[in-house]
Design a protein around this ligand. Structure first.
Ligand code: SF4
Length: 101
């Protein structure tokens, strides 16, 4: 993990959610971080829960495992729909994604 990533997250727990209304279904996130993202049969990406189950509710939130943070951040950066949101668990401040400062 880069120093910048460490600084932004403050070493705190992060979580991620997808705004499916903006998802283009290209599957980039599922390529970068298949442990966290997967396309459902509706062609949109959803996050996975800790037991690897697909959370099929729109806007569902899941924890970002620290070893996967770089992959999740890359997904958010490359997401054509600008619809992957990574935020701190504690105060819900977005640290990566379209609403990050
Ligand atoms: S990268 Fe973004 S737009 Fe593409 S499938 Fe994943 S969430 Fe949807």
């Amino acid at each position: 993990m880069s120093v910048q990533q460490e600084t932004r997250s403050g070493g705190e727990a992060l979580e991620v959610w997808i705004d499916q209304d903006l998802c283009t279904g290209d599957g980039i996130c599922a390529q970068y971080a298949p442990e966290v993202f997967e396309l459902d049969i509706d062609g949109l990406a959803y996050v996975k829960g800790p037991d690897d189950e697909l959370l099929q509710a729109k806007g569902a939130v899941t924890a970002v495992p620290l070893p996967l943070l770089a992959d999740v951040v890359d997904s958010a950066r490359e997401c054509p729909g600008d619809c992957i949101h990574v935020r701190r668990v504690l105060d819900k401040v977005e640290v990566y994604g379209p609403d990050a400062e």
